[in-house]
Design a protein around this ligand. Structure first.
Ligand code: PMV
Length: 398
């Protein structure tokens, strides 16, 4: 248990290879992105509870006595293997009073997910703890980068620790610490419930990456961590072109039904790319060489063409590929495609001036870029003084 304040962070995710193919039973590789969500929880003793989500301009405060009547729907023996029931979600939506229109959907979902996890976890310790929660994220919302999962993972870690269901890993003098494997398993299961409140029927990959970090392979609902993963530098570009995952997934299915003999081999090839990539990453964790980077670049190029072939490319993504290629860099879309985000691998020998020039050209097209790395740590606890200036600034409301 922590004294009064705890700070928890969790990473976002990108799919390295296997998007869309994974919907048809093939392998995908997802990796933790070192753009993180940070949560600060401060316990108080005046019967009040507040949640402040500056990224989505949401700030709410209740008396814990107002929440008590809701507890009937959250029995203490409710277990993490039970999905949220429609009645629970409906009750919380009504209570939160955040309008459920298109613009307010994110705010409503974030509030309901918080209330769901708070009531489910607090019901186990018999009291509704009084606390302030502030969540700030480096991740854009709705860009397919796992921002909602990072939020759910942070909430699950902080609430389980704050209610004493699991320990708090940060010892005296430590700046960062992680929970045990068993505790991480529990955090992941509750985070998945939060994701279900937000997304209905998620695959569970985003919360698994947020919890365990590094890289994960997933196939037909089975998720496993890659044993050793190198940290790779990437440039992440958000084309800001809106896309619907649902429509793009349906488009691929239509093509597969129309041209099975043509499309099935493409998906099989994407599956082989994911598996080849896994092998290269594991070899790189031992000792990385220029040859490994060249292989990763080739896999990126081949997969980008495959994703175009199955119909999920977009002219904005072509521009990202062309611009980065003009600087000697290799890119592919990540996630659903049809706009959204792209990743560009940055070899260690790429000069900072090259990256800066590529970013300038991409930003000139109206895209947003982040230079970051993948293979980042999963959920962890931080000592507040060790946080970077940007996070401290967000926490102090500046
Ligand atoms: O961009 P995202 O996180 O919505 O990625 C979707 C990935 C797909 O493979 C296209 C769909 C899925 O459910 O796996």
């Amino acid at each position: 248990m922590f004294n009064k304040t705890c700070v928890v962070s969790a990473p976002g995710k990108v799919i390295l290879h296997g998007e869309h193919a994974v919907v048809h039973g093939k392998v995908a590789v997802a990796v933790a992105l070192n753009l993180r969500t940070f949560l600060r929880m401060t316990l108080r003793n005046d019967g009040k509870i507040s949640i402040d989500l500056p990224n989505i301009r949401t700030k709410l405060c209740w008396e814990t006595s107002e929440l008590e009547p809701l507890l009937v729907a959250f029995p203490a023996d409710q277990i993490d293997s039970q999905p949220p029931s429609p009645e629970q979600v409906e009750k919380l939506k009504e209570f939160s009073g955040v309008a459920d229109g298109a613009a307010a959907a994110t705010r409503s979902q974030a509030t309901v997910a918080f209330l769901y996890l708070y009531l489910s976890i607090a019901s186990k310790c018999g009291v509704l703890p009084s606390m302030d929660i502030l969540v700030w994220s480096e991740l854009p919302t709705g860009a397919g980068l796992g921002s909602s999962a990072a939020y759910s993972v942070c909430l699950a870690g902080a609430l389980l620790s704050g209610c004493g269901v699991i320990g708090y890993p940060l010892g005296e003098g430590q700046s960062v610490a992680r929970w045990t494997e068993v505790e991480l398993g529990l955090i992941n299961r509750w985070a998945f419930r939060g994701e279900q409140v937000i997304h209905g029927n998620p695959s569970g990959v985003d919360n698994a990456v947020g919890t365990w970090g590094g890289a994960l392979r997933y196939q037909s609902g089975k998720i496993s961590s890659l044993k050793r993963v190198p940290t790779l530098r990437i440039l992440l570009t958000n084309t800001k072109v809106p896309r619907s995952t649902k429509i793009l997934v349906a488009g691929v299915k239509d093509k597969l039904l129309k041209f099975p003999a043509i499309m099935e081999p493409v998906l099989t090839s994407i599956d082989a790319i994911s598996q080849e990539c896994e092998g290269v990453l594991e070899a790189m964790a031992e000792h990385s060489s220029g040859e490994h980077y060249a292989m990763l670049e080739e896999l990126i190029d081949i997969n980008q063409h495959h994703l175009d072939a199955i119909g999920v490319g977009h002219s904005s993504l072509d521009r990202v590929c062309l611009i980065t290629a003009s600087h000697g860099l290799h890119s592919k879309l990540t996630g659903a495609g049809g706009g959204g985000c792209a990743i560009t691998l940055l070899r260690p020998d790429v000069a900072p001036s090259t990256v800066e020039a590529a970013i300038r050209d991409l930003e000139d097209c109206g895209f947003a870029c982040w230079e970051t790395d993948i293979g980042a740590l999963g959920v962890c606890a931080h000592s507040p003084p060790s946080l970077k200036a940007e996070v401290l600034k967000a926490f102090s409301g500046i």
